[in-house]
Design a protein around this ligand. Sequence first.
Ligand code: SF4
Length: 376
Amino acid sequence: MIAERILGDELMPIYEKVTAGVRLDEADGRLLYKTPNLTGVGYLANIVRERLHGDRAYYVRNQHINYTNLCNKLCKFCSFYAKKGGPAPYTLTPEQVKQRLRQYLHVPITEVHIVGGIHPKLPFQYYLDLLHAVKEVRPGVHIKAFTAVEIVQIAEVAGMGYEDTLRALKQAGLDSLPGGGLEIFSERIHQELFPRKIGGEEWSEVARAAARVGLSQYATMLYGHIESIEERVEHLLRLRELQDETGHFLALTPLSFHPEGTELEHLSHPSGYDDLRNIAVSRLMLDNFPHIKSFWVMNTPAVTQVALWYGADDVDGTVHEYEITYQDEAPGERHQVLTRQQMIEMILEAGRVPVERDSHYNEVPPRPEEKVLVTV
Ligand code: SF4
């Protein structure tokens, strides 16, 4: 049998579980990270990926807005926040946000993704105005905004609890929460790399509050810094537990750590090998997460193409302006774009079927004015 040849005795017990739909445990997670047989891990992840999504590979047309890079959390892994010798400080006014949105009004974007630093002086009204500004320029767009760290800050300046804060933001136009802010569920790493920021317990409290007010959420895992295999597995298991409880997470994005411009510059760069393994293990461990994403900006389009056979079913978006990992251009001039056509070609070349989605993974039919460039 081909599975036995690919998986060998080591991974066959996991194959039996995967094909029977049995949940994998901690020991399985560790083995999947430690085995040199990455092809076998990818083969297993692809079984789950194809069971859930067949040949479909999702993408979204979106625009990223990073409204401020002023931040008082000083995370060691972060190259984004303003500091001496690093990026110059900026904060966008709601009017400037509108201008950025108007730049791309000709593109039928369905999602605006907004995150920023923790700027202690921004009042509650600023966040409400930001949401109103987006909905004014693009009334029907889905706003995915504010990581749990930002929600904690906004709740503090609002003088309200998480649930009331989220309700008010929802009222102003917020549709879902992005995943960042947690990085990895490990108190050791929290203390070592981002002690000023919230830890896993508080992040989970915000997630529970979001679920209660009816907001969907995404999740991430930052890997490739100082975390151990055991901590990666623990992170996935804790996310799985939380999802069992809330059911409101839509996708996990494993995010590779890029050391350039951070206090951890001495660490090595992420490898395609590690990217593929994290995607595959995430797909296998998170049996209650509908989607696993390979974010092409972080993983490169080339690794993302292979990742579509290693558990990923989503390549993220066309992404206009993403300032989190790239510091070599002035703010507002950091354009990272794959056009819809390039996105389609990237997916087709990998042998999958491209499907444009909205933020809730509903299929977006091609607009009548758009030429069908490729028939699948
Ligand atoms: Fe601030 Fe976020 Fe960077 Fe931490 S990761 S320093 S919270 S912008």
